[in-house]
Design a protein around this ligand. Structure first.
Ligand SMILES: CC(C)(COP(=O)(O)OP(=O)(O)OC[C@H]1O[C@@H](n2cnc3c(N)ncnc32)[C@H](O)[C@@H]1OP(=O)(O)O)[C@@H](O)C(=O)NCCC(=O)NCCS
Length: 167
């Protein structure tokens, strides 16, 4: 049975280029759909990013279509911690663990709006941090997406770029 998540209007906005899409903070009801999307987009990545929805140290955002179905997900680690992901991940505050949109909904601004929504929420809940971080593999087409979102390459780690931007 589908249980529609409770939506807090203060934590919701409509996507300007796509008024049928809504971005909001993830609720526990979104975990299965987020996990399904991430499994499709990152079939080889074993990290269960959707479980971050249960973590108090993470901000998680979902994009939904006009039927309330999840079409995008992004997760942001707030404080550096030993409890999530790799050794490298835990060094950085405001760290984008994963961002993904459904293939048929790409290039409509949904990914950018997920990123800006998380940045906006981070400015409110963690105003002491000035920079957001992420790693992206050096051959990933999403580097252009991240650059478009204002991230710049800082250094390399294994086969990835560390990128960052002001919050
Ligand atoms: C990366 C991703 C989240 C982008 O989502 P999206 O909803 O398509 O993003 P947007 O529509 O907001 O893209 C904004 C801009 O970023 C750039 N961009 C986005 N995807 C791109 C791609 N595949 N190649 C080149 N540029 C890209 C473009 O400049 C785009 O603007 P334009 O469409 O007007 O040219 C999505 O492609 C995805 O889920 N990819 C697979 C997962 C992934 O690689 N995640 C990132 C690593 S964690």
């Amino acid at each position: 049975m589908f249980v529609r998540p409770v939506v807090n209007p203060e934590h919701t906005f409509m996507v300007p280029n796509d008024p049928l899409t809504q971005i909001r903070i993830a609720s526990p009801f979104d975990e299965a759909a987020a996990s399904h999307l991430l499994g499709l987009v990152f079939p080889d990545d074993p990290h269960p990013y959707a479980q971050n929805i249960r973590e108090s140290n993470c901000l998680n955002a979902v994009a939904t279509n006009n039927e309330g179905r999840l079409i995008g997900f992004a997760t942001l680690l707030i404080d550096p911690t030993t409890q999530h992901g790799t050794q490298e991940w835990r060094k950085y505050s405001l760290y984008i663990g994963a961002i993904a949109t459904e293939p048929i909904h790409r290039r409509k601004g949904v990914g950018t709006d997920l990123m800006e929504f998380l940045a906006q929420e981070a400015r409110k809940s963690a105003p002491h941090y000035q920079l957001m971080h992420l790693h992206v593999t050096q051959d990933s087409p999403s580097i252009h997406f991240h650059e478009n979102c204002g991230f710049v390459k800082i250094s390399t780690y294994k086969n990835s770029w560390l990128m960052r931007r002001p919050v």
